[in-house]
Structure formats: structure tokens, C-alpha cells
Design a protein around this ligand. Structure first.
Ligand code: FPP
Length: 246
């Protein structure tokens, strides 16, 4: 039996987050440039999005470019930005056909102008789609996001709109870029690295973490289904004891 058949569709994670890692090593293993690894990584993104739509995952968030990735060689940064623009433009129609909404989180203003414009256009075109929300984390870091949220709250307190003692988790969550999204129940990281790398730190407080040695360009929907099957075997206690759960 394949992994898809083993999935209990009544207990799907609503939101899956992915750190797509290993493009560079995958390319190097084949004697190719790193950019080739990123291009091949796009094929994995497409397959995983289709896999999510196929089984009914409502939110998929992929870490496409971190704040720290700006420190890579300028040629690689440029290649990634070009790839982003090409992919967004090529895929908007498919997203629309499949009722997928494109969303972006991160310091979008720091991206190249063309990227901002094409991203906004694709987001506008897909804004009313309801089957699945695909979020690209771009120029994103969780520490940046948390600081921005703290600043927004400080402004509200200063303006007398809220009292400091009123601030709670819901208030704080509402200032984050993931507003209106549930927290991810499952986070997958490829390529054998066991780190969170500044991704969704607030939102992943209770997320199940799944690590695989598979490099991102080799990751396909069957690997996604395997991760979901693994997730469904876990007991999510949220600080309680086993006997309290049922
Ligand atoms: C990590 O691999 C991957 C990235 C920093 C970029 C991910 C981007 C894509 C998959 C393509 C663009 C995506 C979209 C949605 C258009 P790495 O370069 O860190 O690999 P390494 O650890 O082996 O060097």
C-alpha cells in the first residue's frame, strides 16, 4: 500500500510548512551549478502543491528565501529572484485553474521592484481562490516578524488604542504576517539538517517536526504523504497527559 492510501483524510494537518533545503548539494552531486538545483527545486514545489490539493491540505507555506539568504553570492541571489519572477508568471494560470490562492509573507518591500509587482499581480489574480493557500516566505525571518509585531503593538499602546495588560497571545498573533492562517501542525525540512532556521518561530510552538535526508529537488508528493502518515502516528498532547486526550 502506498503512503497516500495510509492517510486518514479526516485527520489531515490543516497547515503544512516546509523548509526546502538541499538544492545546492543536489546540484553539486551532479556536477551542476547551484542555480540548476533551485530550478529543479521548483518542480518539487509544483508537485508538492499538487499533492496538497489532491488530498485537501488547506495551507502550504514554503520557505523560499530567508532574510539570511541575502548574504549569499550576488549571482545566486539574482538567479533566485529571476527564478521567482519566472515561476510566479508561469504558474499563475495553473494556480487559478486549481483554485489556489497565492500569498506571501516576509519583508516583501525589500525584494526587487519587478518581483514585488509580479507577486502582487499574481496575488490579486488568485485572491478569491479558496481550495488551498500557498504562501511563499520571501525575505522572511521569524525574528524580523516578531520585532515588527512588537512595534505594531507598541504603536497601538502609545496611541491609547489598547492597554498593555490587554495584550495576549491572540493579540500578538494578529500582528504577525500569518494573520488569518492556522498555525502549522506539521513542519517538514529536507536535506538532513535538523534546524528551524528562523522560520515561523511563534507559529511553530506546538508544530510536529519532520526531518528527512531527501534533498529538496528529489522530494515528491509520495514523500509528503509519508511525512503526513508519520505525523498521524504521533500523539499531540499540548502539555497534557495521554489519558486526558480522549
Ligand atoms: C535551500 O537550498 C533552498 C533555497 C534557499 C531556495 C529555495 C527556492 C526554491 C526551491 C526555488 C524557488 C521557489 C519558488 C516557490 C519559486 P540550499 O541552496 O540552501 O541548498 P544547500 O543547503 O544544499 O546549499
Amino acid at each position: 500500500m502506498g503512503f497516500k492510501e495510509q492517510i486518514d483524510i479526516t485527520r489531515l494537518p490543516e497547515h503544512i510548512a516546509i523548509i526546502m533545503d538541499g538544492n545546492g548539494r543536489w546540484a553539486k552531486n551532479q556536477g551542476k551549478f547551484r542555480a540548476f538545483g533551485h530550478e529543479s527545486g521548483v518542480l518539487s514545489v509544483k508537485d508538492i502543491v499538487e499533492g496538497c490539493v489532491d488530498i485537501g491540505i488547506k495551507y502550504l507555506t514554503v520557505y523560499a528565501f530567508s532574510t539570511e539568504n541575502w548574504n549569499r553570492p550576488v549571482e545566486e541571489v539574482n538567479a533566485l529572484m529571476e527564478l521567482l519572477i519566472t515561476t510566479i508568471n508561469q504558474e499563475t494560470e495553473t494556480l487559478t485553474k486549481n483554485n489556489i490562492r497565492l500569498n506571501a509573507i516576509g519583508d516583501i518591500a525589500s525584494l526587487p521592484q519587478k518581483c514585488i509587482e509580479d507577486l502582487k499581480s499574481a496575488m490579486d489574480k488568485t485572491a478569491n481562490n479558496t481550495h488551498c493557500t500557498l504562501t511563499l516566505a520571501l525575505s522572511y525571518s521569524a525574528k524580523w516578524e516578531i520585532i515588527e509585531a512588537a512595534k505594531k503593538l507598541a504603536v497601538q499602546v502609545k496611541a491609547g488604542k489598547i492597554d498593555i495588560d490587554e495584550i495576549n497571545e491572540a493579540h500578538f498573533s494578529a500582528q504577525l504576517t500569518t494573520i488569518n492562517m492556522p498555525d502549522p501542525e506539521l513542519m517538514i525540512r529536507t536535506s538532513g539538517e535538523h534546524r528551524i532556521s528562523n522560520f515561523l518561530l511563534w507559529q511553530m510552538a506546538y508544530t510536529e517536526l519532520y526531518f528527512t535526508d531527501t534533498l529538496w529537488p528529489d522530494f515528491r508528493r509520495e514523500d509528503l504523504f509519508e511525512a503526513i502518515v508519520d505525523y498521524q502516528k504521533r500523539e499531540r498532547r499540548f502539555g497534557k497527559i495521554s489519558e486526558q486526550l480522549n
